[in-house]
Design a protein around this ligand. Sequence first.
Ligand SMILES: [Zn+2]
Length: 657
Amino acid sequence: MIRLERDLAAKYGDALRPRISRGLHQLMEYWRTQDGDAATFEQFVTANFAGDQATLDTLFDRYQHLLEQLQGHMHEIQREFRQQADLDLGPMLPLDEVFAGYDPSAHVLDDFFDNKLAFVVLLNFPLTTLQQRLAEGPRWSRRQWAEARLAQLFDKRIPGEVNLAISQAIAQADHYIAEYNIWMYHVLDADGQRLFPPKLRLLSHWNLRDEIKADYADQKSGPAKQRVIQQVMERIVTQTIPQIVINNPQVDWNPFTNEVTPAAKKDSEAGSAARADNAREPSTRYAMLLKTYQAARKADPYSPTAPSLIARRFDEDREIPEARVKGMLEQVVSSPLVSVVAKLIQARLGRPLEPFDVWYDGFRPRSAHTEAELDALVAKRYPDSQAYQKDIPNLLMRLGFSPDRARFLADHIVVDPARGSGHAMGAEMRAEKAHLRTRVEKSGMNYKGFNIAVHEMGHNVEQTFSLNNVDSTLLKGVPNTAFTEALAFMFQGHDLELLGLGAPDAKSEAMKTLNDFWATYEISGVALVDMAVWHWMYDHPDATPDQLRDATLQIAKELWNRYYAPIFGKKDVVLLGVYSHMIDSFLYLPDYPIGHMIAHQIEEQMKKAGAIGPEFERMATMGRVTPDLWMENASGKPVGPDALLSATERALNIIQH
Ligand SMILES: [Zn+2]
C-alpha cells in the first residue's frame, strides 16, 4: 500500500498524494478476498487511477452519462412491466403480477462490484459523511456535489444474504400488519353495548385512527365510540389484547373488562366460536419489530459511512442529523401554542379533552361548493384523460408559469388512465417523460380525481425540472420525499382556482394551518417514540419481545407524561406507540412531521414570491443537495418548524378574532 502510494505519487506528482491516499483507503474498505490478491489490487489501481484532470473529467462524464442510461432504461423496463397493474387496461392475469413485481435492477450493485466498475469510482471520487456534506457542502462546486453523489452510489456493499434477510423481515412484518383487523361490531363498550355497525372491519392503526376522526361528526355516540377505540388501541400497544379477537368476527370482546365470549350476533359467514378465552397476544407485535431490527443490523458492517440503521435513516435518507431532528420535534411538542390550540379545540368540542383528541379532526374549512357541484363541473371539463392532457398548459399558466415553460412542461408529461386513484411516475433519464396517472370514471373525471390529478401534476412538474433542468443528472431529484410532497401539495392547494373558482378565504386557510399544526403535534410524539425505541434496541441487542414491549411502554408513557399529559389531563397513556409503521417501516415516522415543516416553509416562500411558477422552477432545479442547503437556497433558512409555528400563530389570530 505504502509502496503503491509512493509509486503513484512519483508518477503523477506529489500534489496528488492526498487524493491517491484517499482512493487507496476507500478501495481497501470494500475490496474482499474474492476480488483478487495483492497483485490484482495493484494492477487495478495502476490501470484505473486517473492521474490528471483530463482523465478524471472523462471518467466523471462517462459515469454520469452511462449511469443515467442505466437508471433510465431500468426504470423504463419497470414502467412497461407494471403497465397492466398500474393502468386501467382490463383484467390482470397472474403473470401480470409477476411482471409488476420484477425489478430488473435488483442485482446492479452486486454486478458493479463484481466487474469492478464500483471500484473505479471508489478509487477516484470521495466518499463523504453527512458531517462533511453539511460542513463543507455549502462551499462545494456543483461538480464536487455531483462527485459526492456519484461515490455515494457505491458506499455500501451488502451481501445478498443480508439483503434477503432484510426483505424477509419486511415481508413478515408487512403481513402481520396487513392482517391486523378488528371486527368492530363485536367490540363492546364498557356496558356491553354494540356501538358499531355489522361488518365494520378496521385495520390497525390506520382505520382505527380514521374512525376516531370520523366519529367527531357523530354528535350522539361519537365520544363513546372514540373511547372504545382508544381502549382497543391501548390493548394493542400493551399486548393485553386477547389473541383470539384479532381478525376474528366469531367472538365478542369487551376491551374494558377484557372479557371474550362467543359472538352473540353474527355479521359474517364465519358464525360463532365454540369457545373463547382471553389469552393475550404473546408480544408478537414486538417480536416482529425485533426481527426487523435484527435484520437491519446485519447490514451495519457493510455500511462504513453509516454503520447503523439509525445512521442510515438520518445521515443518508434524510440527511438531517438525528439530534437536529429531535430538537425540531421537541420544539413543536413543547411549543406554547399547543395549549392555546388545545383550549380552542376544547371550546369547539364543549368538553374537556380526552387522550384520543390527539386525533382531533374538526379544523375543517367550510367549502363554498358542494361536492356534487364540483363533480359536475369537473366531469364536463374532463370527460376523459386526454381532455386533462390537453388542458395541462392552461392549468400551468394559471399557476403562474410562462407560456413557454408551460408548453415545455406539458411536452414532458404523459397522462395515462390509472387503475387505482392515481399516482405520478417520473422519468430517470432525459429522453423519457414523466407519467401522470389519473382516474377517470365512465361518466368523466370527478372532483376527487381532479384534486389528486393536480397533486400528481405537481410531482410531475418537480420531476421534470429536477431531471431536465438540473445541471448534472447525478444531482437529479430533490433532497427527499418530503420535498416532492410539499411541492405537490402546493399545486393541490390551488385546485379550486384552477377550476376558475375563488381561492380559499383567510379563514379556511387558517383552519387548514391549525389542522396541520395539531397533526404535527401528534405525529412528532409518535416519531420521538419511534426514535427512542430504535435506540433502545441498539442498546439491548439481545432483548426478548416482552422486554421490548416493556421498554416501548415506558418510552411512550414518559413522552406522553412530558408533552401530552399537561394538555390532556391524564398520565401514563400509551397511544403514541400504536402506529403500525413502527413495526414494519424501519424508523420511517419522523418523515411525517418533517414533511409538515417543509411544506410550510415552501408555502411561506411561495407567498412571499407571489407567483408559484418561476419560484417553483427556481427551487426544483437545485437538485439533490442536503435538505438544509436546498431550503437555504429556496427560502433563506435551513429546515425547521419556524414557518409552521408562525403560520399557526397567525391562524389563531384569524380564528379567534
Ligand atoms: Zn404525493
